[in-house]
Design a protein around this ligand. Sequence first.
Ligand code: GTB
Length: 217
Amino acid sequence: MTITITAFKDSPDRGQGLARDMRVRWALEEVGQPYEVRLETFKELKQPEHLGRNPFGQIPTYEEGDLVLFETGSIILHIAERHAGLLPKNADARARAITWMFSALSTVEPPILELQTAKIIEGKKPWAEERMPLVKDYIRNRLKQLAARLGDAEWLDGDFSAGDLLMVHVLIRLRPSGLLDEFPNIAAYVARGEARPAYQRAFAAQLAVFKASQAGG
Ligand code: GTB
């Protein structure tokens, strides 16, 4: 059955893999599933057709026959449950990998999103200069905890899993802040994720969208 995902027609990151369709592309590449992409403008995301796929008017969405999903956590779990390669077979190890998926999205990602808010939305507010170090320290604390657990392991719990996929993609967004470099084992963990052939294929595919939009004017 054909899998179709949605992505930005014109991603603000200029195809640098930061938009969340990258997670879905990466997961599909890891499990060897071909997919098609429906590109949407910001305006199209808020139209009834797309709101039928995602009531919050966001990308990515995932369609497979009559099934329509939104939320990257749910989409990645769906892919990982149906195809080998992203979750261990052993029930306990599988539950732990799913725990890391939740941890990436609900414990590690929120303070990272706060940093974007502090910079982009609140950057010019009078309190911005005071708030920024607090937000960065909140992230540092999470990274310190994560670094302590990761130690010198290759991945979070045994083989690479959907938990690593989400964690790596969540962490990549920190790169411009320099915070990743304060934790060499986490920086190396992220680099290992990005070096995976499936990541590279997914990155090339979403970058090609940006290049095509540039070539088209
Ligand atoms: N919780 C949802 C999920 O995990 O699927 C969040 C989805 C989401 O935030 N989607 C964003 C979106 O559609 C794109 S990824 N935004 C449009 C809107 O809300 O109108 C967030 C994102 C966008 C751009 C960059 N960038 O350019 O660097 C990075 C991340």
